[in-house]
Design a protein around this ligand. Structure first.
Ligand SMILES: *Cc1c(COP(=O)(O)O)cnc(C)c1O
Length: 346
């Protein structure tokens, strides 16, 4: 069985983790500071704070903006429930908006309709590895948090995603583009906001009391993150090669391949096809290929809301097939053959 996702860990990663363990510093220390420095210089932002997950990074980003009860935060409906949780942790209300059917990302026009006096922030994920209409959303005049959990290393108008938002967040969960097991980071060019995020991430050694969190990353995770980050350009190159093979196969069948806009690129964190999940997933499973719905359930569904036609259409007709640097040639052939067969049946 070819799993839907699989982390890529090499002897270099293991050596770096081993060195960090041997140093005797297990919790947040020098490696964390160096990982923050490395990712910031790669993305092109001034400040970073590594945390225990992407969800924690989102929570602290919202908290640093002063988000609380009575506030609203606009999020796309077609995304994982981590965003809903992060908004609800602050006591604010999540307001889902519909998506652009071409890129599956937040639709700026629908977002504009959902903004009001209570709107504190907009969270903009760059889903599946290609950027949302970021400038259109930023021009609405509300603080923007870029969610780069799936887009580290992807470009929007010649700059990396994560370099334009007031705050941007990353995830290094086991199956993300670069992995530390669990982990995340918040980055920003705003020193004051980052000071607040750093203060909220740990509870000890403070002169005053306020509710703070324990969202720190360990040094051995950071050592692995640094090692993975060095491989990011190679990871992306390999993902694009595999996507090229899938595009070739599906192009011949007349099946729509993943699209983006001319002013951005795609790192293919996910390779998503317009097929009904129920039948496609079962067919692929029979041929030994693990596939998934790219989004388990849209947020408006959890909230009991209606009026999200593009999200509904995407949910009814999208599947994600295995794509990661660790796939070998045999596996790629198995996936392409299975896709051919499944697409011809459905
Ligand atoms: C994975 C993910 C998150 C949450 O990150 P965790 O590290 O799992 O908490 C948030 N947003 C998006 C778009 C994600 O893909």
């Amino acid at each position: 069985m070819i799993p839907h996702s699989r982390p890529f860990i090499d002897p270099q990663d293991r050596e770096e983790v081993d060195k960090a363990l041997a140093s005797g510093c297990l919790a947040q220390g020098e490696q964390v500071a160096l990982f923050e420095r490395d990712l910031c210089s790669f993305i092109g932002v001034r400040h970073g704070a590594a945390v225990s997950s992407g969800t924690a990074a989102l929570h602290l980003a919202l908290a640093a903006l002063g988000t609380g009860p009575g506030d609203e935060v606009v999020v796309p409906s077609f995304v994982c429930s981590a965003l809903l949780n992060a908004v609800h942790y602050t006591g604010a209300k999540a307001v889902p908006a519909d998506i652009d059917p071409l890129t599956y990302n937040l639709d700026a026009v629908d977002t504009a309709r959902r903004i009001g006096k209570k709107t504190k922030a907009i969270i903009v994920p760059h889903l599946f590895g290609t950027a949302a209409d970021l400038d259109e959303v930023i021009s609405l005049g509300v603080p923007v948090i870029e969610d780069c959990a799936q887009s580290v290393g992807s470009l929007y108008k010649e700059r990396f995603t994560g370099s334009r938002g007031l705050i941007s967040i990353f995830s290094f969960y086991a199956t993300k583009v670069i992995a530390t097991g669990e982990g995340g980071m918040a980055v920003s060019n705003d020193g004051g906001l980052m000071e607040s995020i750093r203060d909220l991430r740990e509870y000890d050694g403070k002169a005053n009391y306020r509710i703070r969190f324990n969202y720190k990353m360990t040094d051995f995770q950071a050592a692995m993150g640094r090692s993975q980050l060095r491989k990011l350009p190679a990871f992306i190159e390999r993902r694009r090669e595999i996507a090229g093979r899938y595009n070739e196969t599906l192009g011949k069948l007349g099946v729509a391949v993943p699209q983006t806009r001319p002013d951005r690129d795609h790192i293919y964190y996910r390779y998503v096809l317009p097929r009904p999940p129920e039948t496609f997933l079962k067919a692929m499973q029979e041929m030994g290929v693990g596939c998934r719905k790219p989004v388990f359930k849209p947020l408006h569904g959890y909230l009991g809301l209606f009026g999200y036609p593009n999200t509904e259409a995407a949910w009814r007709k999208s599947v994600s097939v295995p794509i990661y640097p660790g796939l070998n040639e045999n596996e790629i052939r198995t996936v392409t053959e299975a896709m051919k067969e499944a697409c011809s049946r459905i």
